[in-house]
Unconditional design. Structure first.
Length: 117
């Protein structure tokens, strides 16, 4: 089992950058596929980006070219670097871990990102 704690959210202006971090407990962090998701008010939770245990990355179209997901297995941490933020990026951002079966079994508590125009 793994526990996830996100940090790094905040209130920024459009065009600014933020880096979210997700610290994981446990010794097997490197074996998990990791993902960042977000949920805006009155909307369903959506995928933002993923990084596999092997380092392969995937981005949804809205994140391509602006967001970068990365991981540091020595620090048991996954990051989401977000540049050129837009008001529509406002949401609670969650990190999640998957054992590789396509489902994300473990979730953090979320961190709020608010982008003002």
């Amino acid at each position: 089992q793994v526990q996830l704690v996100e940090s790094g959210g905040g209130l920024v202006q459009a065009g600014d950058s933020l880096r979210l971090s997700c610290a994981a407990s446990g010794r097997t962090f490197s074996m998990y596929d990791m993902g960042w998701f977000r949920q805006a008010p009155r909307k369903e939770r959506e995928l933002v980006a993923t990084i596999s245990s092997g380092g392969n990355t995937y981005y949804v179209d809205s994140a391509k070219g602006r967001f970068t997901i990365s991981r540091d297995n020595a620090k048991n941490t996954v990051y989401l670097q977000m540049n050129s933020l837009k008001p529509e990026d406002t949401a609670v951002y969650y990190c999640a871990a998957s054992t590789g079966n396509g489902a994300y079994e473990y979730w953090g508590q979320g961190t709020q990102v608010t982008v003002s125009s």
